[in-house]
Design a protein around this ligand. Structure first.
Ligand code: RIB
Ligand code: CA
Length: 326
């Protein structure tokens, strides 16, 4: 069996592609999906995760847990322009020939567990075996650390998609969205002493799929997943065309899953990283100490991915998504 993982996510178009990659990869065994307030409010993120599970129908079915609704009361920035009002590219727009919705609302499980309780439960069941892949704001992990840091210590590794070091931010000139949405949580996580790998925009913006590649991929994939990939990505591609002049989609979250599968897909360095938590133009920015000095006063707290084998990852991603379910 593969590496036991929990995927914490705010689906989100690239989150959905990342989840497809995770379930199509024998190296990972997804024990749980936990949702967080980010691209959409946490209740919508949970419905989106449930829809994906209905389409994928993995066996065994992972636990589905929801992050704190309290966080949802924060003044969240909505990334509707990238992910659509529903977080999955406006799936409500698509109809079958008879006019019925192509993607009816998913049926939520009778019991939706609390994300931090699922963290604690799985860490107790599988001490030192659990990996955590963070694809949204770090709110849930910070909550768990606040509740009882001792019960989080058993994590084998944490892979985090977030931050921007040597490249501009994507939600402000300096800040990346996942960190910007909850910098206080990021600060707590970055100082937790957990074994963490950060996958920032520096590498995720170097893995993008052109519109034509996505259409070709969707045609090869088995249904209904091929049609799902085509339907969820249209709006993100249009946004990137308008904002960056390229008809493509960045595979931010899929690369974080790729790093959990095979860390050699990136070249990383142990760095000391801090988060700006005070309000102002630098709010949510991360600062990594990349100076080549030996007597840095602050020891490294994160392993940071700084280079990526882009073509290798893109080929890997497309091959895995085309894999038939067994
Ligand atoms: O900045 C990219 C990150 O923000 C990705 O996780 C994307 O899904 C959004 O949450
Ligand atoms: Ca995300």
């Amino acid at each position: 069996m593969g590496k036991r993982v929990i995927i914490d996510t705010d689906p989100g178009v690239d989150d959905a592609l990342a989840l497809l990659l995770a379930f199509k990869s024998y190296e990972l065994h997804v024990e749980a999906i936990t949702t967080v307030n980010g691209n959409v409010a946490v209740d919508q993120a949970t419905r989106n995760a449930a829809l994906l599970l209905e389409l994928l129908d993995p066996s065994p079915r992972p636990i589905l847990a929801m992050g704190s609704v309290r966080a949802a009361r924060k003044r969240p920035i909505r990334t509707q322009s990238v992910h659509g009002p529903d977080g999955l590219g406006g799936l409500y727009r698509f109809k079958n020939r008879d006019g019925s919705p192509r993607y009816p609302d998913a049926t939520l499980p009778v019991q939706i567990f609390d994300a931090t309780e699922v963290f604690f439960d799985l860490l107790k069941r599988y001490p030192d075996e659990m990996s955590l892949i963070m694809l949204g704001p770090l709110t849930n992990l910070a909550e768990a650390l606040k509740k009882d840091p001792r019960r989080v210590k058993g994590l084998r590794e944490v892979v985090i998609m977030g931050g921007a070091i040597g490249v501009p931010g994507n939600i402000t000139p300096g800040a990346e969205f996942n960190i910007f949405m909850d910098p206080q949580a990021a600060h707590r996580v970055f100082h937790s002493g957990l074994p963490m790998t950060l996958v920032p925009l520096d590498v995720t913006e170097r893995v993008c799929l052109e519109s034509e590649e996505i259409k070709a991929l969707a045609r090869i994939m088995e249904e209904p997943l091929g049609g799902f990939v085509r339907d969820i990505t249209g709006r993100s591609i249009a946004y990137t065309r308008e904002a960056r002049g390229m008809s493509a989609i960045y595979l931010h979250d899929p690369l974080a899953v790729g790093v959990a599968i095979d860390p050699t897909m990136v070249k990383s360095a142990d760095l000391h990283v801090e988060v700006e938590t005070s309000r102002g133009i630098t709010y949510g920015m991360i600062i990594a100490d990349t100076r080549a000095i030996s007597n840095s006063l602050k020891p490294p707290n994160l392993d940071v991915a700084l280079e990526v084998e882009s073509e290798l990852f893109l080929t890997f991603f497309k091959e895995r998504l085309c894999q038939r379910s067994w």
